[in-house]
Design a protein around this ligand. Sequence first.
Ligand code: PLP
Length: 408
Amino acid sequence: MATINGNYNNLAAGYLFPEIAKRAKAFLEKNPGIQIMRLGIGDTTHPLPKELIARMKEGVEKLAHKETYTGYADNSFGMARLRKAIADRYRGWGCPIHDTDIFVSDGAKPDSANIQSIFGLNNVVAVQDPAYPVYVDSNVIAGRGGTWDGIRYAGLVYMPCTEENGFFPALPDKKVDLIYICSPNNPTGAVATKEQLKAFVDYAIANKAVIIFDAAYAAYISDPSLPKSIFQIKGATSCALEINSFSKEAGFTGVRLGWTVVPQELAAEDAVPGKIQTLWMRRQNTMFNGASNIAQEGGIAALSPEGSKGCKAVIDYYMNNARIIKQGLEKIGIKVFGGINAPYIWLQTPGKMDSWQFFDKLLTETHVVGTPGVGFGPNGQGYFRLSAFGHTENVQKAVESVQKNLKI
Ligand SMILES: *Cc1c(COP(=O)(O)O)cnc(C)c1O
């Protein structure tokens, strides 16, 4: 008699994006011919820099000849050239990271969902509230969620990110074991300072906790005083691992390429240094067969001087969109956060409207679609996420429509 993993029945989310699509569709059916403007999507829209395209074409060409053809790699951790290029970047920032600490993958979403599987089910998990939904959902599926009361999972520790704390949480007020931090943050656009990260690193070392740091938007940081990696904090290699991706940095959301840094020194209560890295190697070799060799050639190109210049130009383009949105909304008196070192604008709904009420109002009055903040956690209630991804002319049109048509 086969049975299912009943933890899936305990998942509350999965509701956000389908609900957005449903409401947009219903609006279009009632108002045929109206053009909806999307400022809600966390997906890149710009073509890839030409250096990356050229290198991926070379990667395809290698597959066409018996002298250069490659199939499976010896292990699933990534090409040596790519691991070195990624590690070189960390070393350039002064982080003590070795090539062999880098594990190339098909993206940060799978890694951030899979990483919990190498930790015990009795670990207490802390998440930022609001947060990228994968951290909560992957732990619920594993069975760490506990009961859902309609707002929160009883088994998880929520760390509120509010206007008062600049959307970066205080240390947990009880002992936790696994701590997810995303900086620059999706959805709030907040970026942790070195001091803020140091407090978490000190906490993790004192409590033998492990920090799972998602740096998917590190390339969007322009302020040189802000850390792009948790490994810029002294001691972090003993208590943190870091997940990153070429998706937002190089437009690889469809190409698929990411990496996780699991430092050799990383330790836990029952794991001497080296053990956690060995477990991740074991997990990846057992359940993953390596990232596409074509994508990896593109990743190497993205990290080259020419390639990274091309990626930076695209990021500047998106960040100009962010500026247009931020300034455009501020002009009509809306309180906005983020959008300076991150491609997300986190706005406070006018008149303390709830997130979904504002979604409907924005859609019906301005034809703009965004993402209700409450979909990212209870403390997202009363907030709304707009994304800077998109073509500038469309972003401009959307902002003009909000300025002209939103009744506040
Ligand atoms: C987009 C995003 C990722 C990237 O996921 P990929 O699977 O690499 O495309 C990871 N974390 C956050 C917070 C994101 O927003």
